[in-house]
Ligand binder design. Sequence first.
Ligand code: GLN
Length: 483
Amino acid sequence: MIDKTLRQLSRALADREISSVELARLFLDRIERLDPQINAYITIDREKTLAQARAADARLAAGKAGPLTGIPLAQKDIFCAEGWRTTCGSKMLGNFVSPYDATVIERFNAAGAVILGKTNMDEFAMGSSTETSYFGVTRNPWDMERVPGGSSGGSAAAVAARLAPAATGTDTGGSIRQPSALCNLTGIKPTYGVVSRYGMIAYASSLDQGGPMARSAEDCALLLDVMAGFDARDSTSLDRPSEDYARALENPLAGLRIGLPKEFFGEGCDSGVMRRVEEAIAEYRRLGAKTVEVALPNMKLAVPAYYVIAPAEASSNLARYDGARYGHRAPAYDDLADMYAKTRAQGFGDEVKRRVLIGTYVLSHGYYDAYYLQAQRVRRRIAEDFAEAFRQCDVIMGPTSPTTAFRIGEKASDPVRMYLSDIYTIAVNLAGLPAMTIPAGFVDGLPVGLQLIGDYFAEARLLNVAHRYQQTTDWHREMPVIG
Ligand code: GLN
């Protein structure tokens, strides 16, 4: 059961091979046994999970089930879920029990899915290793001495270790794709505006986007069908006709034009990772695709521009954590200003403080034009580079991460090295494009991800391109040996 795809689980539930309660128990027991070493979850609540599973069983019995009814899913602890502690990986929200559901959670609940638990993450989604979490690092099931990536590292480790059939993540600069790549998963960051951000704790609002992390493109399509859709409560949600993301899965790839940006194939990528990426592209040629070289000349400016824009937005978004309304409040203080200062000094970790400082600085009078406006101009140019590239190709391919999973502690004290973990993913967020990662083999026993970037709203096409590869390769079926 723990190794079944969502479609297979759906069938097993429909055929009464297993009940939703039994399925939830199976995963909860496994979590109890194995998660103490991995630390993929921040919060588990057996009673709440089993109550939801019982409701799903009733729905199954009444013949009112959808494809996800009764399936337990791990939710990144950035999504507010009513009655669940929702921490965003921070001490600041360590005692926060959400009074409401994020739209994503509401949609999963309506579909009859079951919340298995809330997964670990870098504090406020700032990081690439899950090491900035207040709740301790998550370990990579492929090698317990290594990070699972981040910020959605708990979700990635949970799915890789079969502590959940699938999970959600969020991606501001790579946080769905990079941990998926480092843990041998398939993950998709949709076009900005496709998945509602309502109730998804804000990091950098113009970049944040939720999406699924699973074991195949087919599973991602099923999850995205539920997650995507217009929401009047999110002012940047896009009002578009609803889609069936699995509709194009089987389309043949003959004639597909794959763009290979020369900036992705130069220096900066580990040679073993590059070999796997090139082999995957060769497989696509066998499947009938053609490759063309494209250029993204402003790619090199993506990381610097991101580290102006994301901290600027974060400094504004995180101003709400002041101890006055919810979350942590300093136990002792002199006056109001002192309460704010002590609350924030105690509640935030170092990386969050660093970003709030950078953000406040780049937005301050006198520096605004030099940094923030300049970064916005770069952002526009990056989007234009992609638009030009998509005149010559249907999908762009390259590595997801420049290395395989790195050792715990290896980059934790060097922020710039950590920031470079996202050199291949960040430009996509700046442009608002959809992108995914799929397993493409191993280097020294550690997974490598191939990144697929599409034009706006090309999610179904990306899933199709990923699915065809997964029909002729088995990388995505490999599973780590644990406990
Ligand atoms: N690693 C990047 C950062 O720290 C991206 C994180 C994310 O996508 N949430 O900001």
